[in-house]
Design a protein around this ligand. Structure first.
Ligand code: PDD
Length: 280
């Protein structure tokens, strides 16, 4: 039975229940992180915690003191659950306030949840053949840099992708590609790695930052700049990055074949370098 951390207690998953007045439940008033653990070691945990603090500051969300103990909590959950390769979901909400009112309460009882999430297998041949995607309008708010738990537009986009029989929905705002429903989108155009700048229109992914670091090490030219849907269609290579997917090639968008229709050499070099990094 999975043991999770919920507001100071290590308890079975079924026992971890949220009071209905929790503002995370009522308003989506909370933030989260997803951290990957390879061989018992959390990957880029410091970067995830830094982003958690940035999201909290952006949402004016006081964090539970126990947030400082997250590395120890992860270690204990790994031990108690006998895990080495997994991912952790970390969520902080503004907690309960009575009666229900939109404005932030004067007194806040923030929550902290950590639970491991099993790694989902990718569709067959996704790594070797690349995945198909569709574009959909980006219906989200203007602070996508905050990793908020308000994920309805993301969930709608991903469901549209599944309904269309493809892997991911690529979000488009004002004709420009922002990111995926739960991924960043990177393209190779004229030999340059291009991805949307890390502003408030996207979530600055930790994996995206890792890819940009690796690109610098491999001396690949990089441009952090938004591109149009047409520019994406004619990219040489296209791929997604995220904690769960690492680097995943995209070979189709809206039924159009990208590049040569198979994972490109830059994507493969970056994926190989990513693999080396996590096994270090
Ligand atoms: N999603 N963009 C969005 C909208 C995301 O939700 C995510 C991550 C990313 C990639 O960020 P990172 O490389 O730090 O994982 C980009 C997580 C994994 C999720 O919601 O499950």
């Amino acid at each position: 039975m999975a043991i999770v951390y919920w507001n100071g207690d290590y308890i079975p998953l079924e026992k971890a229940v949220v009071p209905v007045e929790d503002r995370g439940f009522l308003f989506g008033d909370g933030i989260y992180e997803v951290v990957r653990v390879y061989g018992g070691r959390p990957f880029r945990l410091a970067d995830h915690l830094q982003r958690l603090h940035r999201s909290a500051a952006g949402a004016q969300l006081p964090l539970a003191d126990a947030v400082d103990e997250i590395p120890d909590i992860i270690q204990r959950l790994l031990d108690e659950n006998g895990l080495r390769d997994t991912s952790f979901y970390i969520q902080c909400t503004r907690g309960c306030a009575h009666p229900r009112a939109h404005a932030f309460p004067a007194e806040v009882h923030p929550t902290l949840l950590l639970m491991h999430a099993p790694l989902r297998p990718l569709p067959a041949n996704a790594r070797t053949n690349g995945v198909s995607t569709i574009t959909v309008p980006d219906l989200r708010w203007r602070r996508c840099d905050i990793k908020s738990i308000m994920l309805l537009p993301n969930a709608m986009a991903k469901t549209q992708a599944h309904d269309a029989g493809v892997f991911e929905a690529i979000l488009v705002r004002d004709g420009l590609v922002t990111e995926g429903s739960s991924t960043n989108v990177l393209a190779v155009m004229n030999g340059t790695l291009v991805t949307h700048q890390a502003d408030s229109d996207i979530l600055g992914g930790i994996s995206r930052s890792v890819v940009l670091e690796l690109a610098a090490q491999l001396q690949l030219p990089v441009r952090e700049e938004a591109f149009t849907v047409d520019e994406m269609y004619s990219a040489q290579e296209l791929f997604l990055s995220s904690t769960m997917l690492e680097i995943l090639p995209v070979t189709q968008v809206d039924g159009r074949v990208i590049g040569r229709g198979r994972p490109g050499p830059v994507t493969e070099r970056l994926y190989e370098a990513f693999g080396k990094l996590i096994s270090e």
